[in-house]
Design a protein around this ligand. Structure first.
Ligand SMILES: *Cc1c(COP(=O)(O)O)cnc(C)c1O
Length: 461
Protein backbone atom coordinates (compact mmCIF):
# COMPACT_ATOMS: atom_id res chain seq x y z
CA UNK A 1 0.00 0.00 0.00
CA UNK A 2 1.24 3.45 -0.82
CA UNK A 3 1.36 6.09 1.88
CA UNK A 4 -0.46 9.31 1.15
CA UNK A 5 1.96 11.49 3.00
CA UNK A 6 5.74 11.52 3.17
CA UNK A 7 7.12 13.43 6.16
CA UNK A 8 9.88 15.91 5.57
CA UNK A 9 12.98 15.98 7.76
CA UNK A 10 15.58 18.64 8.37
CA UNK A 11 18.09 18.87 5.49
CA UNK A 12 21.07 18.47 7.84
CA UNK A 13 22.41 16.15 10.50
CA UNK A 14 24.01 16.95 13.82
CA UNK A 15 27.82 16.97 14.07
CA UNK A 16 28.45 18.73 17.38
CA UNK A 17 26.25 18.95 20.47
CA UNK A 18 25.94 21.34 23.40
CA UNK A 19 24.67 19.67 26.60
CA UNK A 20 21.54 21.10 28.23
CA UNK A 21 20.86 21.18 31.97
CA UNK A 22 17.43 20.60 33.47
CA UNK A 23 16.79 22.61 36.67
CA UNK A 24 14.34 21.97 39.51
CA UNK A 25 11.19 24.03 40.00
CA UNK A 26 12.71 25.56 43.18
CA UNK A 27 15.83 26.63 41.28
CA UNK A 28 13.71 28.18 38.56
CA UNK A 29 11.54 30.06 41.04
CA UNK A 30 14.65 31.55 42.60
CA UNK A 31 16.13 32.38 39.20
CA UNK A 32 13.01 34.17 37.90
CA UNK A 33 12.71 36.17 41.12
CA UNK A 34 16.34 37.25 40.79
CA UNK A 35 15.58 38.20 37.19
CA UNK A 36 12.68 40.43 38.27
CA UNK A 37 10.21 38.22 36.31
CA UNK A 38 11.92 39.34 33.13
CA UNK A 39 13.09 36.41 31.01
CA UNK A 40 15.70 38.68 29.35
CA UNK A 41 17.45 38.89 32.72
CA UNK A 42 17.77 35.13 33.27
CA UNK A 43 21.17 33.50 32.95
CA UNK A 44 21.16 31.23 29.94
CA UNK A 45 22.76 28.45 32.04
CA UNK A 46 19.47 28.32 33.99
CA UNK A 47 17.41 27.78 30.82
CA UNK A 48 16.49 24.35 29.42
CA UNK A 49 14.92 25.18 26.06
CA UNK A 50 15.73 28.72 24.97
CA UNK A 51 13.02 30.18 22.77
CA UNK A 52 13.70 33.78 23.80
CA UNK A 53 14.64 34.77 20.30
CA UNK A 54 15.83 33.45 16.97
CA UNK A 55 18.26 36.35 16.83
CA UNK A 56 21.89 35.27 16.66
CA UNK A 57 20.93 31.87 18.08
CA UNK A 58 21.16 29.83 14.87
CA UNK A 59 23.46 26.85 14.50
CA UNK A 60 26.04 27.62 11.85
CA UNK A 61 26.90 24.99 9.25
CA UNK A 62 30.27 23.28 8.92
CA UNK A 63 30.78 25.48 5.82
CA UNK A 64 30.21 28.61 7.85
CA UNK A 65 32.60 27.47 10.56
CA UNK A 66 35.17 26.71 7.88
CA UNK A 67 34.57 30.22 6.55
CA UNK A 68 35.32 31.61 10.02
CA UNK A 69 38.81 30.18 9.66
CA UNK A 70 39.24 32.10 6.42
CA UNK A 71 38.81 35.49 8.06
CA UNK A 72 40.91 38.14 6.37
CA UNK A 73 41.37 40.41 9.36
CA UNK A 74 42.76 43.39 7.51
CA UNK A 75 41.60 46.78 8.71
CA UNK A 76 40.26 47.65 5.31
CA UNK A 77 39.47 45.93 2.03
CA UNK A 78 39.08 42.48 3.61
CA UNK A 79 38.42 39.66 1.12
CA UNK A 80 35.46 38.64 3.25
CA UNK A 81 33.79 42.00 2.64
CA UNK A 82 33.89 41.38 -1.10
CA UNK A 83 32.40 37.91 -0.64
CA UNK A 84 29.60 39.48 1.39
CA UNK A 85 29.04 42.17 -1.21
CA UNK A 86 28.85 39.56 -3.98
CA UNK A 87 26.38 37.43 -2.02
CA UNK A 88 24.12 40.42 -1.27
CA UNK A 89 24.21 41.49 -4.92
CA UNK A 90 23.40 37.97 -6.10
CA UNK A 91 20.52 37.21 -3.72
CA UNK A 92 19.17 40.61 -2.64
CA UNK A 93 19.96 42.52 -5.81
CA UNK A 94 21.16 45.81 -4.30
CA UNK A 95 24.18 47.53 -5.80
CA UNK A 96 25.85 48.81 -2.64
CA UNK A 97 26.42 47.07 0.69
CA UNK A 98 27.64 48.47 3.98
CA UNK A 99 28.20 45.97 6.78
CA UNK A 100 26.97 46.88 10.27
CA UNK A 101 27.39 45.16 13.62
CA UNK A 102 23.73 44.09 13.50
CA UNK A 103 20.36 45.23 12.18
CA UNK A 104 19.93 48.29 14.39
CA UNK A 105 23.27 49.64 13.18
CA UNK A 106 21.79 49.78 9.67
CA UNK A 107 18.53 51.28 11.01
CA UNK A 108 20.52 53.99 12.76
CA UNK A 109 22.35 54.95 9.55
CA UNK A 110 19.33 55.04 7.24
CA UNK A 111 17.25 56.97 9.81
CA UNK A 112 19.97 59.60 10.19
CA UNK A 113 20.42 59.92 6.43
CA UNK A 114 16.81 60.19 5.29
CA UNK A 115 14.84 61.68 8.20
CA UNK A 116 14.55 65.36 9.13
CA UNK A 117 12.85 66.51 12.33
CA UNK A 118 9.06 66.61 11.97
CA UNK A 119 8.96 63.84 9.35
CA UNK A 120 6.55 60.93 9.46
CA UNK A 121 7.66 57.37 8.68
CA UNK A 122 4.85 54.92 7.94
CA UNK A 123 5.38 51.21 8.33
CA UNK A 124 3.49 47.91 8.30
CA UNK A 125 3.50 47.76 12.10
CA UNK A 126 6.43 48.92 14.16
CA UNK A 127 9.54 47.05 15.16
CA UNK A 128 11.12 48.11 18.46
CA UNK A 129 14.59 49.20 17.33
CA UNK A 130 13.45 50.42 13.90
CA UNK A 131 10.86 52.80 15.33
CA UNK A 132 13.18 54.02 18.08
CA UNK A 133 15.88 55.00 15.57
CA UNK A 134 13.24 56.79 13.47
CA UNK A 135 12.04 58.67 16.57
CA UNK A 136 15.57 59.53 17.70
CA UNK A 137 16.16 61.03 14.24
CA UNK A 138 13.11 63.27 14.75
CA UNK A 139 10.33 61.37 12.97
CA UNK A 140 7.08 60.01 14.28
CA UNK A 141 5.95 56.55 13.30
CA UNK A 142 2.60 55.81 11.68
CA UNK A 143 1.19 52.28 11.54
CA UNK A 144 -0.32 51.51 8.13
CA UNK A 145 -0.70 47.74 8.40
CA UNK A 146 -4.05 46.09 7.56
CA UNK A 147 -6.47 45.82 10.50
CA UNK A 148 -6.35 42.02 10.33
CA UNK A 149 -2.78 42.18 11.68
CA UNK A 150 -4.08 43.48 15.01
CA UNK A 151 -6.59 40.64 15.32
CA UNK A 152 -4.91 37.44 16.57
CA UNK A 153 -7.90 35.33 15.47
CA UNK A 154 -7.97 36.52 11.85
CA UNK A 155 -6.64 33.82 9.52
CA UNK A 156 -5.94 36.24 6.64
CA UNK A 157 -2.97 34.82 4.69
CA UNK A 158 -1.08 38.12 4.36
CA UNK A 159 -1.44 39.94 7.65
CA UNK A 160 1.76 41.83 6.87
CA UNK A 161 0.03 43.75 4.05
CA UNK A 162 -0.10 47.52 3.96
CA UNK A 163 -3.56 49.09 4.07
CA UNK A 164 -3.25 51.25 0.97
CA UNK A 165 -6.11 53.49 2.05
CA UNK A 166 -4.29 54.28 5.31
CA UNK A 167 -1.13 55.09 3.36
CA UNK A 168 -2.99 57.20 0.81
CA UNK A 169 -4.79 59.24 3.46
CA UNK A 170 -1.57 59.73 5.43
CA UNK A 171 0.10 61.14 2.31
CA UNK A 172 -2.86 63.49 1.80
CA UNK A 173 -2.86 64.52 5.46
CA UNK A 174 0.84 65.28 6.04
CA UNK A 175 2.11 65.70 2.48
CA UNK A 176 4.60 63.53 0.62
CA UNK A 177 7.50 65.88 1.36
CA UNK A 178 7.23 65.00 5.05
CA UNK A 179 7.39 61.26 4.35
CA UNK A 180 11.02 60.41 3.53
CA UNK A 181 10.27 56.72 3.15
CA UNK A 182 7.96 53.88 4.01
CA UNK A 183 9.39 51.00 6.07
CA UNK A 184 8.23 47.61 4.86
CA UNK A 185 8.80 44.68 7.18
CA UNK A 186 8.84 41.29 5.50
CA UNK A 187 7.80 39.24 7.44
CA UNK A 188 6.27 41.40 10.18
CA UNK A 189 7.81 40.29 13.45
CA UNK A 190 5.46 42.11 15.82
CA UNK A 191 2.35 40.84 14.02
CA UNK A 192 3.48 37.27 14.56
CA UNK A 193 5.92 36.70 11.71
CA UNK A 194 3.20 37.44 9.14
CA UNK A 195 4.06 37.92 5.46
CA UNK A 196 3.26 40.69 3.00
CA UNK A 197 2.10 39.56 -0.44
CA UNK A 198 3.96 40.44 -3.62
CA UNK A 199 0.81 42.02 -5.04
CA UNK A 200 0.54 44.32 -2.02
CA UNK A 201 4.22 45.18 -2.10
CA UNK A 202 3.90 46.07 -5.78
CA UNK A 203 0.91 48.29 -5.04
CA UNK A 204 2.85 50.05 -2.27
CA UNK A 205 5.69 50.60 -4.70
CA UNK A 206 3.36 52.14 -7.28
CA UNK A 207 1.62 54.43 -4.80
CA UNK A 208 4.86 55.66 -3.21
CA UNK A 209 6.61 56.09 -6.56
CA UNK A 210 3.79 58.36 -7.70
CA UNK A 211 4.66 60.62 -4.74
CA UNK A 212 8.45 60.16 -4.97
CA UNK A 213 8.53 58.44 -1.59
CA UNK A 214 11.23 55.82 -1.05
CA UNK A 215 10.62 52.27 0.17
CA UNK A 216 13.08 50.87 2.72
CA UNK A 217 12.71 47.15 3.23
CA UNK A 218 13.41 45.56 6.59
CA UNK A 219 14.84 42.46 4.92
CA UNK A 220 15.71 40.72 8.18
CA UNK A 221 13.17 37.94 7.56
CA UNK A 222 12.55 38.40 3.85
CA UNK A 223 13.55 34.80 3.04
CA UNK A 224 10.79 33.57 5.33
CA UNK A 225 8.42 36.01 3.61
CA UNK A 226 9.49 34.65 0.23
CA UNK A 227 8.63 31.14 1.43
CA UNK A 228 5.10 32.22 2.39
CA UNK A 229 4.63 33.89 -1.00
CA UNK A 230 5.64 30.61 -2.64
CA UNK A 231 3.29 28.66 -0.38
CA UNK A 232 0.28 31.01 -0.43
CA UNK A 233 0.28 33.49 -3.32
CA UNK A 234 -1.10 32.58 -6.72
CA UNK A 235 1.51 32.21 -9.42
CA UNK A 236 4.50 31.57 -7.15
CA UNK A 237 4.23 27.86 -6.29
CA UNK A 238 6.74 26.81 -8.95
CA UNK A 239 9.20 29.64 -8.31
CA UNK A 240 12.35 29.22 -6.22
CA UNK A 241 12.54 31.09 -2.93
CA UNK A 242 15.72 32.74 -4.20
CA UNK A 243 13.95 34.22 -7.23
CA UNK A 244 11.03 35.42 -5.09
CA UNK A 245 13.46 37.09 -2.70
CA UNK A 246 15.05 38.99 -5.57
CA UNK A 247 11.62 40.13 -6.73
CA UNK A 248 10.71 41.37 -3.22
CA UNK A 249 13.91 43.40 -3.01
CA UNK A 250 13.43 44.81 -6.51
CA UNK A 251 10.41 46.70 -5.16
CA UNK A 252 12.48 48.74 -2.67
CA UNK A 253 15.23 51.36 -2.74
CA UNK A 254 17.23 50.17 0.24
CA UNK A 255 17.22 47.48 2.90
CA UNK A 256 18.23 47.15 6.51
CA UNK A 257 19.29 43.67 7.50
CA UNK A 258 19.90 41.82 10.72
CA UNK A 259 22.00 38.85 9.64
CA UNK A 260 21.25 37.30 13.03
CA UNK A 261 17.91 36.06 11.69
CA UNK A 262 17.58 34.70 8.13
CA UNK A 263 21.31 34.66 7.51
CA UNK A 264 22.22 32.02 10.08
CA UNK A 265 24.97 33.91 11.89
CA UNK A 266 25.48 34.85 15.51
CA UNK A 267 26.32 38.48 14.78
CA UNK A 268 26.19 40.83 11.79
CA UNK A 269 23.98 42.90 9.55
CA UNK A 270 24.12 45.33 6.67
CA UNK A 271 22.56 48.30 4.95
CA UNK A 272 22.10 47.86 1.21
CA UNK A 273 20.87 50.27 -1.43
CA UNK A 274 20.67 51.10 -5.12
CA UNK A 275 21.04 54.86 -4.75
CA UNK A 276 24.60 56.18 -4.95
CA UNK A 277 23.72 59.27 -2.92
CA UNK A 278 22.46 57.20 0.03
CA UNK A 279 25.52 55.01 -0.30
CA UNK A 280 27.90 57.94 -0.07
CA UNK A 281 26.09 59.33 2.97
CA UNK A 282 26.10 55.92 4.64
CA UNK A 283 29.80 55.45 3.90
CA UNK A 284 30.51 58.72 5.67
CA UNK A 285 28.36 57.93 8.70
CA UNK A 286 29.33 54.30 9.17
CA UNK A 287 32.88 55.35 10.02
CA UNK A 288 31.53 57.36 12.97
CA UNK A 289 29.24 54.73 14.44
CA UNK A 290 30.35 51.27 13.29
CA UNK A 291 33.74 51.22 11.57
CA UNK A 292 35.18 51.45 8.06
CA UNK A 293 32.71 50.80 5.25
CA UNK A 294 34.40 47.50 4.49
CA UNK A 295 33.84 46.03 7.96
CA UNK A 296 31.17 48.07 9.77
CA UNK A 297 31.93 46.72 13.23
CA UNK A 298 32.40 43.12 12.13
CA UNK A 299 35.46 40.89 12.03
CA UNK A 300 36.37 39.51 8.61
CA UNK A 301 35.38 36.04 9.75
CA UNK A 302 31.89 37.26 10.70
CA UNK A 303 31.39 38.72 7.23
CA UNK A 304 32.51 35.42 5.68
CA UNK A 305 30.05 33.42 7.81
CA UNK A 306 27.27 35.81 6.79
CA UNK A 307 28.20 35.59 3.09
CA UNK A 308 27.98 31.78 3.25
CA UNK A 309 24.77 32.06 5.33
CA UNK A 310 23.15 34.08 2.54
CA UNK A 311 23.64 31.21 0.11
CA UNK A 312 22.35 28.63 2.61
CA UNK A 313 19.35 30.72 3.68
CA UNK A 314 17.77 30.87 0.23
CA UNK A 315 17.73 27.10 -0.35
CA UNK A 316 14.14 25.87 -0.61
CA UNK A 317 14.87 22.76 1.51
CA UNK A 318 16.32 24.85 4.29
CA UNK A 319 13.50 27.32 4.53
CA UNK A 320 10.83 24.62 4.23
CA UNK A 321 12.31 22.87 7.28
CA UNK A 322 12.74 26.12 9.19
CA UNK A 323 9.12 27.17 8.78
CA UNK A 324 8.05 23.51 9.07
CA UNK A 325 9.43 23.29 12.62
CA UNK A 326 7.44 26.36 13.63
CA UNK A 327 4.28 24.84 12.12
CA UNK A 328 4.94 21.53 13.88
CA UNK A 329 4.83 23.25 17.28
CA UNK A 330 1.91 25.49 16.34
CA UNK A 331 -0.23 22.60 15.09
CA UNK A 332 0.13 20.78 18.41
CA UNK A 333 -0.98 23.86 20.34
CA UNK A 334 -3.94 24.48 18.02
CA UNK A 335 -5.08 20.89 18.50
CA UNK A 336 -4.91 21.34 22.29
CA UNK A 337 -7.12 24.44 22.07
CA UNK A 338 -4.38 26.87 23.16
CA UNK A 339 -5.05 30.44 21.96
CA UNK A 340 -2.27 31.36 19.53
CA UNK A 341 -1.94 33.93 16.78
CA UNK A 342 -3.15 32.60 13.43
CA UNK A 343 -1.99 31.82 10.85
CA UNK A 344 1.23 30.33 12.17
CA UNK A 345 4.06 32.73 11.31
CA UNK A 346 7.58 32.23 10.04
CA UNK A 347 9.78 32.24 13.10
CA UNK A 348 7.67 31.83 16.19
CA UNK A 349 4.45 30.78 17.85
CA UNK A 350 2.72 33.61 19.66
CA UNK A 351 0.53 32.74 22.64
CA UNK A 352 -2.39 35.15 22.97
CA UNK A 353 -2.04 36.20 26.62
CA UNK A 354 -5.33 38.13 26.62
CA UNK A 355 -7.22 34.90 25.94
CA UNK A 356 -4.82 32.67 27.92
CA UNK A 357 -5.18 34.80 31.09
CA UNK A 358 -8.53 36.57 30.61
CA UNK A 359 -8.79 37.33 34.34
CA UNK A 360 -5.85 39.81 34.11
CA UNK A 361 -6.07 43.38 32.79
CA UNK A 362 -3.38 44.59 30.38
CA UNK A 363 -1.94 46.78 33.17
CA UNK A 364 -1.18 43.59 35.08
CA UNK A 365 1.24 42.53 32.32
CA UNK A 366 -0.37 39.19 31.39
CA UNK A 367 2.14 38.33 28.66
CA UNK A 368 5.10 39.21 30.87
CA UNK A 369 3.73 36.88 33.55
CA UNK A 370 2.89 34.12 31.11
CA UNK A 371 6.49 34.14 29.87
CA UNK A 372 7.76 33.94 33.47
CA UNK A 373 5.38 31.03 34.19
CA UNK A 374 6.57 29.07 31.14
CA UNK A 375 10.02 29.28 32.61
CA UNK A 376 8.91 28.24 36.09
CA UNK A 377 6.84 25.37 34.70
CA UNK A 378 9.34 23.83 32.33
CA UNK A 379 12.55 25.83 32.05
CA UNK A 380 11.40 27.24 28.73
CA UNK A 381 12.39 30.80 27.99
CA UNK A 382 10.06 32.92 25.85
CA UNK A 383 9.54 36.67 25.65
CA UNK A 384 6.80 39.23 26.08
CA UNK A 385 5.48 41.07 23.03
CA UNK A 386 2.74 43.25 24.44
CA UNK A 387 2.36 46.27 26.67
CA UNK A 388 5.91 46.13 28.02
CA UNK A 389 7.47 45.98 24.55
CA UNK A 390 5.15 48.73 23.27
CA UNK A 391 6.57 51.22 25.79
CA UNK A 392 5.49 54.82 26.10
CA UNK A 393 4.68 57.61 23.67
CA UNK A 394 7.92 59.65 23.47
CA UNK A 395 6.05 62.98 23.43
CA UNK A 396 3.41 62.50 26.10
CA UNK A 397 5.00 59.74 28.17
CA UNK A 398 1.67 57.94 28.12
CA UNK A 399 1.57 54.19 28.28
CA UNK A 400 0.82 52.61 24.89
CA UNK A 401 -1.86 49.91 24.91
CA UNK A 402 -1.22 47.59 21.95
CA UNK A 403 -4.10 45.41 20.78
CA UNK A 404 -1.80 42.40 20.79
CA UNK A 405 -0.63 41.06 24.14
CA UNK A 406 1.53 38.11 23.18
CA UNK A 407 4.20 35.69 24.36
CA UNK A 408 6.62 34.72 21.66
CA UNK A 409 8.04 31.20 21.50
CA UNK A 410 10.77 31.77 18.96
CA UNK A 411 12.41 28.85 17.20
CA UNK A 412 16.17 29.23 16.61
CA UNK A 413 17.26 27.91 13.23
CA UNK A 414 18.73 24.39 13.05
CA UNK A 415 19.09 24.18 16.86
CA UNK A 416 16.29 22.12 18.43
CA UNK A 417 14.74 18.77 17.54
CA UNK A 418 11.09 17.80 17.27
CA UNK A 419 11.34 16.25 20.75
CA UNK A 420 12.25 19.66 22.18
CA UNK A 421 9.18 21.06 20.48
CA UNK A 422 7.05 18.25 21.97
CA UNK A 423 8.27 19.14 25.47
CA UNK A 424 7.52 22.78 24.80
CA UNK A 425 3.95 21.99 23.73
CA UNK A 426 3.44 19.83 26.85
CA UNK A 427 4.63 22.62 29.14
CA UNK A 428 2.28 25.13 27.52
CA UNK A 429 -0.63 22.68 27.91
CA UNK A 430 0.15 22.06 31.59
CA UNK A 431 0.24 25.79 32.19
CA UNK A 432 -3.04 26.23 30.34
CA UNK A 433 -4.64 23.70 32.73
CA UNK A 434 -3.73 25.82 35.75
CA UNK A 435 -4.12 29.25 34.13
CA UNK A 436 -6.77 30.47 36.60
CA UNK A 437 -4.23 30.43 39.44
CA UNK A 438 -1.73 32.75 37.68
CA UNK A 439 -1.61 36.27 39.20
CA UNK A 440 -0.59 39.50 37.47
CA UNK A 441 2.56 41.58 37.90
CA UNK A 442 3.50 45.11 38.83
CA UNK A 443 6.49 46.91 37.33
CA UNK A 444 9.10 47.85 39.91
CA UNK A 445 11.79 49.27 37.59
CA UNK A 446 11.29 50.90 34.20
CA UNK A 447 14.26 51.83 31.96
CA UNK A 448 13.96 54.84 29.66
CA UNK A 449 14.55 53.09 26.32
CA UNK A 450 13.40 49.68 25.06
CA UNK A 451 12.23 48.89 28.56
CA UNK A 452 11.32 45.25 27.85
CA UNK A 453 15.00 44.31 27.89
CA UNK A 454 15.70 45.39 31.46
CA UNK A 455 12.41 46.17 33.28
CA UNK A 456 11.77 44.40 36.61
CA UNK A 457 8.49 43.12 38.02
CA UNK A 458 7.04 41.43 41.07
CA UNK A 459 3.87 39.32 41.37
CA UNK A 460 0.69 40.96 42.66
CA UNK A 461 -0.84 39.74 45.97
C1 LIG B 1 15.93 41.65 14.98
C2 LIG B 1 15.25 42.55 14.09
C3 LIG B 1 15.74 43.85 13.87
C4 LIG B 1 16.94 44.43 14.59
O1 LIG B 1 18.09 43.72 14.33
P1 LIG B 1 19.27 43.52 15.43
O2 LIG B 1 20.25 42.66 14.73
O3 LIG B 1 18.64 42.86 16.62
O4 LIG B 1 19.80 44.87 15.76
C5 LIG B 1 15.04 44.64 12.96
N1 LIG B 1 13.94 44.21 12.34
C6 LIG B 1 13.45 42.97 12.53
C7 LIG B 1 12.22 42.53 11.80
C8 LIG B 1 14.07 42.11 13.42
O5 LIG B 1 13.56 40.89 13.62
Amino acid sequence: MERKKRSWAEPYKIKMVEPLVMTTREQRLRAIEEAGYNTFLLRSADVYIDLLTDSGTSAMSDRQWAGMMMGDEAYSGSENFYHLEEAVREHYGYTYVIPTHQGRGAEHLISKILIKPGDVVPGNMYFTTTRLHQELAGASFEDIIVDEAHDPTSTFAFKGNVDLTKLQSLIERVGADRIPYVTIGATVNMAGGQPISMANLRAVRELTAAHKIRVVLDATRAVENAWFIKAREEGYAERSVASILLEICSLSDAATMSGKKDLLVNIGGFLAMRDEWIYNEARTLVVVYEGMHTYGGLAGRDMEAMAIGIHEAVQDDHIRARVGQVEYLGDQLIQAGIPIVLPIGGHAIYLDAKRFLPHLTQDQFPAQMLAAQLYIEGGIRAMERGIVSAGRDPNTGAQRYPKLELVRLTIPRRVYTQAHLDVTAEVVMDLFDRRDSIPGLEMTYEPRYLRFFQARFSPLQ
